[in-house]
Design a protein around this ligand. Structure first.
Ligand code: XIL
Length: 314
């Protein structure tokens, strides 16, 4: 049977899923993961806390397991993520740093990790979640210590370490045109003008039925394409207030179809990744209590209306 990956490939796109190491012992889970998708993202295994648990001591166990599985299944990897304020190791958050110290720490982290995965990953989310909702810079340890230039530096360091990897900035709530996506648009234009190696913008697309569909998604993808940037929907899920009803699942399906069509309508939208594919392993119930049922397969691995809507759109 044709898979989502097969259908996406007919459009020159990929269809991916995030995954996480603990789930990989579930054979029913890995069967679909290996068959249906042609792009894989480690949900946690390449984050700073996992890869550099002590300063200068690197651990590739979790990330390598997923890269090796992807290779065995002939899948590409979107690597996630190098610079982020969340899921940092205690040694980094637990003390103060001078700018020179933190710059050296950041450069070493980026270059060591990107070098380790050189030639093995298609793309990197270099900086994750750099802006607030109003388009101001998020006051992370990196911003506060190094100023906004940390983003250009991170991109340059990553590019030196793997000149072939596609380098992205990635964030949530930037699917629609608005203050936060405008901040990315303006920053991306500046970075391109300065010759900084930036290749794409990742729109996480953690959508929620109760907040409405981002109707300007296609228009937003188009304006980044005009800057000669790729875009990707990198962490898609469509959550709802539980319990799930037939009506909510139908609306969710419509949204999955709509976002798939929006990506296909814009040449430089290179692919779609769901933030895991089954409700069994979704991060939503733990992070948004009372919400869930966000993914195209249910907890028993049955295909939901959302799955069929994606198929129809592809
Ligand atoms: C989530 C993971 O899925 C969870 O397992 C983890 O506990 C927290 O992070 N935006 C991102 C992802 O960029 O890294 C987050 O992943 C979800 C929100």
């Amino acid at each position: 049977q044709t898979t989502l990956a097969d259908l996406a490939q007919r459009h020159g796109r990929y269809f991916g899923s995030a995954t996480d190491n603990p789930e990989l012992t579930d054979a029913a889970y890995t069967r679909i993961l290996g068959n249906e998708f042609d792009m894989i993202t480690p949900g946690n295994g390449m984050k700073w806390y996992a890869t550099e648990p002590q300063q200068g001591v690197f651990d590739w166990t979790a990330g390598d397991e997923i890269v090796n599985l992807a290779r065995a299944n002939h899948q590409k990897v979107r690597a996630h993520t190098l610079v982020w304020h969340s899921q940092l190791p205690g040694w980094l958050t637990g003390r103060e740093w001078t700018a020179d110290e933190l710059r050296a720490v950041l450069k070493n982290h980026i270059q060591t990790e990107v070098r380790h995965y050189r030639g093995k990953v298609y793309a990197w989310d270099v900086v994750n979640e750099a802006f607030n909702e109003d388009g101001t810079y998020r006051e992370t340890v990196f911003y506060k210590t190094l100023g906004p230039g940390y983003i250009a530096d991170a991109l340059r360091w990553a590019h030196q370490a793997d000149p072939r990897a596609r380098l992205y900035l990635n964030d949530y709530n930037i699917e629609a045109v608005g203050p936060k996506s405008d901040a990315y648009y303006d920053l991306a234009r500046q970075l391109k003008a300065q010759g900084v190696p930036l290749h794409g913008i990742g729109l996480q697309a953690h959508l929620a039925l109760q907040y409405g569909y981002p109707t300007t998604l296609e228009e937003n993808l188009r304006r980044f394409a005009r800057l000669r940037l790729d875009t990707a929907l990198t962490e898609v899920d469509v959550r709802m207030l539980l319990p799930a009803t037939e009506e909510k699942l139908a609306q969710q399906a419509e949204w999955y179809g709509d976002l798939t069509r929006a990506c296909l309508a814009v040449r430089r939208c290179v692919g779609i990744t769901v933030w895991d594919y089954t409700d069994k392993y979704s991060w939503i119930p733990a992070f948004f209590p009372g919400q869930g049922a966000a993914l195209p397969w249910d907890e028993e691995f049955a295909r939901k209306p959302a799955y069929y809507a994606i198929r129809d759109a592809l």
